[in-house]
Write a protein that binds this ligand. Structure first.
Ligand SMILES: [Zn+2]
Ligand SMILES: [Zn+2]
Length: 728
């Protein structure tokens, strides 16, 4: 009797064995309902064994193999195994992450919604041949003819009581029961067919190089300045892939970007079936789209990081746009990097992959330097005559600012207003002010649950923690000394907005941040207003920096760039450079000349010199030399053991025990340290860094260490390994 090995969504790094009468080798990858504890669960059959690891008599039988549900293809199962091994996460939980939730729920999902469909006898009946007074029967028959099939819900929607009429049709043999045919979502409005723009020589060379490499795995790093037309290169490669009858997987960092990119692809490829996959989809919808991809009915799959796990039987191309973006790395649960897994998949399936960015991650840049990736350059803006924006630094050390705004920046805003052009102000801090301060005793309002200050939100007179969500009313007096004078210190977007309304009352102002875009369609509505020219000054956080095109924008002001220059995170300057170059790239994307003004108290910092040149490669070369000297990634490989508990003593005791039980061969273990955010949502947090010269040395150490860590049985401590971390 075969023994089925089943992966279940439980935090244990083990497979569960069940007897499975009648199960066959091709059931690997199928979902199965099994008894577990006092209940039942849905798991994935990942293999079969001849002999069980425990006494066969103690094994329970599989309740049912869910053959009516789609099985996971072998390559996705292999990807899941790789993920479990590389990120040291239980296979059952990896599978739970990548499968649509709907498939795993209890009771097991039905594969398809049952529908009513006309039989051949029913198709022969004309609604007009029914008696005149049989109004409802006529209507139902006509609806069936028009729509082909109707679900139970759709039947009820035709008119109340339509279900009974349907039963009559069934008795007459006019209809039959069936399962819904998956349908490709038609675009809401017909998109106009787009004529592809003429490629410039750089774009043409990039497309030609990838196409010339032909079939098989190849990795390309497309280094293209903002506005250089990377998307057009992707489009040509997708067209090429479509022509071969193959599927393309396009990964993008942000959910905000998907509707715009999706619309662009729909305009370009009206005949192709395009689906988007992201975390905000309703579960039923996610399952539907996932199945379209799996059944090879989707030609282009566009999605955020989770989409890297989509089954694609005809896969022919993978594109990762804005590959440097840290949102490709999941920061909790299965801490995977979708970009790195995309490379794995491309290699596994033997297809070309393109990583695109204006500011590639230093890891990818290093891979290009080592010729592991082929480097493709788009050094020019695609629009004829578009020039890179002029960059000006405003030294704010000796200037009294007006609510964070320098005189030169205010003047530049007035100038744009007079000329009827748009400006963008970038301040990566939402709320009114970052902290509330008592000038009498120096008290600062802190979060009771986290090691951070509370942000002042003046509009509704609340103090809020941006890490745990804690909020409270702004106190009337200082809780320490009773003084009445409490002042908000520093600037957030709301405060600058208030100041601008006073300074430039005639300007039409729009603030874009997490607070102003909470409503579901708020952001698209706002972007539409911007595109329609109904906004003079845009003020916002990093939400503004990505993807969106603002053709009439000629001025970008950066209010406070210095945070990233002081940070303890070794990646902070890389991120700051990427962010500033990205936001600077919003200026003058079309023909109008752009100007970027940066307020800083460190105008001599070399980062600004590289930024002024718009020279990513010079910056990356310097940064790489620094990292190499300091033996930091990509010149070394890291993993954090992250832990949290109610007290710092408990966390530190666990980490010290973890360090003590390690056998560090070929790796360096550092001392446990409190996390950068040492207290979050009431939990104390600390971590321990492991560093190695090679990926294999790191992996060789982590496997056995994990076994020892599990043996510590630290019940009060929650811990996890973070392999290839992108945050300190
Ligand atoms: Zn006080
Ligand atoms: Zn908090």
């Amino acid at each position: 009797m075969p023994i089925a090995q089943i992966a279940l969504d439980v935090p244990l790094d083990t497979l569960f064995e069940y007897t499975a009468v009648g199960a066959q080798a091709e059931d690997v990858g199928r979902l199965a309902l099994v008894p577990f504890g006092r209940g039942r669960r849905v798991g994935v059959i990942v293999g079969f064994a001849e002999t069980p690891t425990v006494e066969a008599g103690r094994l329970k039988p599989v309740t049912r193999v869910l053959r009516e549900l789609p099985a996971l293809p072998a390559d996705i199962l292999e990807l899941a195994r790789f993920c479990a091994g590389y990120y040291h996460h239980p296979l059952g939980q990896v599978l739970a992450t990548l499968l649509p939730q709907r498939l795993r729920r209890m009771p097991p999902a039905r594969a398809e919604e049952p529908v009513w469909r006309l039989s051949s006898a029913g198709r022969a009946v004309e609604p007009s041949s029914l008696p005149q007074r049989a109004v409802r029967r006529r209507r139902l028959l006509a609806t069936l003819k028009e729509r082909g099939e109707l679900s139970a819900g759709a039947v009820r929607a035709v008119f109340p009581g339509a279900g009974r009429v349907m039963q009559e049709f069934l008795a007459l043999g006019w209809v039959e029961r069936g399962t819904a045919t998956p349908r490709v979502e038609a675009p809401a409005a017909p998109y106009p067919l787009e004529t592809p723009p003429v490629l410039n020589p750089d774009q043409e060379a990039a497309v030609a190089a990838v196409c010339a490499a032909g079939e098989g795995f190849s990795a390309w790093l497309l280094l293209g300045v903002t506005g250089s037309g990377k998307t057009e290169v992707y489009s040509r490669l997708i067209a090429h892939t479509l022509a071969k009858g193959r599927q393309s997987l396009v990964l993008v960092p942000e959910i905000n970007l998907t509707p715009q990119t999706e619309a662009r692809f729909r305009r370009r490829f009206p005949q192709a079936s395009i689906i988007s996959l992201h975390s905000q989809l309703a579960e039923g919808e996610r399952l539907k789209r996932w199945r379209l991809a799996q059944e090879a009915k989707a030609d282009i799959v566009l999605g955020t990081r989770l989409a890297v796990f989509t089954p694609l039987p005809r896969l022919g191309l993978i594109v990762v746009d804005e590959e440097h973006d840290i949102s490709f790395k999941q920061q909790e649960g299965l801490r995977y990097s979708a970009r790195d897994l995309a490379v794995y998949r491309a290699r596994q399936r033997g297809v070309p992959m393109v990583l695109g960015s204006a500011t590639p991650s230093l890891e990818s840049w290093h891979n290009a330097c080592l010729n592991r990736y082929h480097l493709l350059r788009l050094p020019r803006r695609a629009v004829e005559g578009a020039r890179p924006p002029r960059l000006g630094l405003i030294d704010i050390r000796r200037e009294a600012l007006t609510e964070g705004l320098s005189a030169r920046l205010i003047l530049a805003l007035k100038e744009r207003l007079r000329r009827g052009e748009q400006s963008l102000l970038f301040l990566n801090r939402r709320g009114f002010a970052p902290v509330l301060h008592c000038s009498a005793c120096g008290w600062l309002a802190g979060c009771p649950r986290c090691a951070v200050k509370l942000v002042v939100h003046l509009a509704d007179r609340r103090l809020r923690c941006h890490h745990c969500g804690h909020e409270e009313a702004i106190p009337r007096h200082c809780p320490d000394c009773g003084a009445l004078e409490l002042n908000p210190l520093g600037q957030g977007t709301q405060r600058v907005e208030q100041a601008l309304r006073r300074l430039l009352p005639e300007a039409r102002l729009l603030r874009i941040d997490r607070d102003s875009t909470r409503r579901r369609a708020a952001l698209p509505d706002m972007l539409e207003k911007v595109a329609a020219g109904e906004v003079d000054i845009l003020l916002g956080t990093q939400m503004l920096t990505k993807g969106h095109d603002f053709p009439r924008l000629t001025l970008v002001g950066i209010l406070n760039a210095d945070g990233g220059l002081y940070s303890a995170d070794f990646r902070a300057s890389e991120r700051l450079f990427a962010q500033l170059l990205q936001v600077a790239g919003r200026a003058g994307r079309a023909s109008a000349d752009g100007e970027v003004l940066i307020q800083t108290s460190l105008p001599g910092h070399p980062l600004f010199a590289a930024l002024a040149q718009g020279d990513y490669e010079a910056f990356a070369t310097t940064l790489a030399a620094e990292r190499e000297a300091l033996h930091l990634p990509p010149f070394s490989f890291q993993a954090w053991l992250r832990a949290e508990a109610h007290s710092m003593e408990a966390v530190m005791a666990f980490l010290r025990a973890a360090r003590a039980c390690a056998r560090p061969e070929g790796v360096t273990l550092y001392d446990p340290v409190p996390a950068p955010l040492a207290r979050k949502a009431g939990k104390a947090r600390a971590q321990l860094l492991v560093e190695a010269d090679s990926r294999s040395a790191l992996q060789a150490f982590l496997g056995p260490w994990l076994v020892s860590l599990n043996a510590l049985r630290a019940r009060q401590v929650r811990w996890a390994l973070d392999v290839d971390p992108v945050e300190p």
